[in-house]
Design a protein around this ligand. Structure first.
Ligand code: FAD
Ligand code: FES
Length: 349
């Protein structure tokens, strides 16, 4: 979908807020994210930082990475009225139902989906125990304290705990673990730095004597380009060919054994998106395998199966291009690009 940049402003020294107005109605669940980019450039993922609004506007909080393709190069030139392509909504990160305590762990702009969830669900969960632990390096990095303090003052069950990293409190996951009182009923949500999420998973689930009721997370992984999406090449085997030919909509594409279908299509300059960089979380690298090939490709992992089940455009022959590794047996594999890629495909054809 196309979206117009309605406003852009700095929320702190290194976080910008973008407000976009999509051309059409855009439905999402607080906690989800979108892919965004200029039609010809890199696409990146950003969590929606607002609740669904009557005027259909979408807010994103983008941390500035010096030299970063989107957060620096694209945004430093962005002007009100510019058009972006957005993909989504994506992801399954969501506010837990029920009345058990909720612990939110955020680092940096990982607070964005929690701001969306709190704006949408606090009014109906006024007395539910919800604690947001937000970690940052310096006090000035807590850029949304006005709204969080206001929610704390008006919602008896809500508490906001800022955690300065390197302080005595340790990191957000440590501060939250110390205060945890009824793990069996508590839902933990974690968003932001992948290392924080991994550590929190250990503390609250895999190494916990009393694991929490549920643990869900969204890791802000850095995007990978096509070169990184390629798998480690398989060990050379002189009896096996090291490349195969794929057929896409009747055209031939060379692919190296060991790389992913997505990598082969990108290397060939074909118009597949890959908003999450090959992490099986966005669904934008969808391909349709032609009859007979679905049985010959390696079966879906559980993650891929779960994501395909959520994608309205996926059918029985759909697969994620980033999840299929090329093997010699896939020589001749025939596939199509589904309509989600068609705006870009037209320019290619
Ligand atoms: C599901 C999901 C949701 C996301 N939501 C948000 C969000 O709400 N707000 C937000 O600011 N970002 C979010 N991100 C990260 C975002 O998608 C980009 O990766 C990030 O903005 C950098 O993009 P870029 O094009 O500016 O930099 P790139 O050109 O991709 O990277 C440039 C350099 O910056 C550094 N870099 C970039 N990202 C990271 C990182 N995460 N960790 C360490 N180094 C890094 C690396 O050195 C990298 O080489 C999310 C990522 C995912 C997967
Ligand atoms: S690139 Fe995101 S699921 Fe394949």
């Amino acid at each position: 979908m196309r979206a117009t940049l309605h406003s852009i402003r700095w929320l702190s020294d290194d976080v910008r807020e973008l407000v976009l107005k999509p051309d059409d109605d855009f439905y999402f669940r607080p906690g989800q994210y979108v892919g965004i980019g200029r039609s010809s450039g890199a696409h990146r993922c950003y969590s929606l930082a607002c609740a669904p609004a009557a005027d259909n506007s979408l807010a994103l909080h983008v941390r500035h990475w010096p030299g970063g393709e989107f957060s620096d190069r694209v945004l430093s030139r962005a002007r009100i009225g510019d058009e972006f392509d957005i993909t989504g909504p994506l992801g399954t990160f969501a506010f837990p139902s029920g009345d058990g305590p909720v612990v939110m762990l955020a680092t940096g702009t990982g607070v964005a989906p929690f701001l969306a969830m709190l704006a949408a669900f606090l009014p109906a969960n006024r007395h539910r125990r919800i604690t947001l632990y937000w970690g940052a390096r310096e006090q000035k990095d807590f850029y949304a304290t006005d709204v969080l303090d206001a929610w704390e003052a008006t919602h008896a069950g809500f508490q906001f705990v800022p955690v300065l990293s390197g302080s005595q409190a340790g990191y957000v996951q440590h501060a939250a673990a110390r205060a945890l009182s009824e793990p069996a009923h508590t839902h933990v949500l974690a968003c932001g730095n992948p290392r924080m999420i991994q550590d929190a998973y250990g503390i609250f689930v895999s190494e916990a004597a009393n694991p929490v009721a549920t643990f869900t997370s969204d890791a802000f992984e850095a995007a990978c380009d096509a070169a990184h999406i390629a798998a480690e090449p398989c060990a050379p085997d002189s009896a096996q060919p090291d490349s195969v030919r794929l057929s896409l909509d009747g055209r031939f594409v060379a692919a190296r054994v060991g790389e992913s279908i997505l990598s082969a299509l990108k290397t060939a300059g074909l118009p597949v998106m890959s908003v999450c960089g090959g992490k099986a979380s966005c669904g934008t690298c969808l391909v349709e395998l032609e009859a007979g090939w679905i049985q010959r490709a390696a079966p879906c992992s559980r993650t891929e199966r779960d994501l395909l089940a959520c994608l309205p455009e996926a059918g029985p022959s759909s697969r994620l291009g980033c999840q299929i590794r090329i093997t010699p047996e896939l020589d001749g594999l025939a596939m199509r690009l589904p309509s989600i890629h068609h705006t870009k495909k037209e320019s290619f054809v």
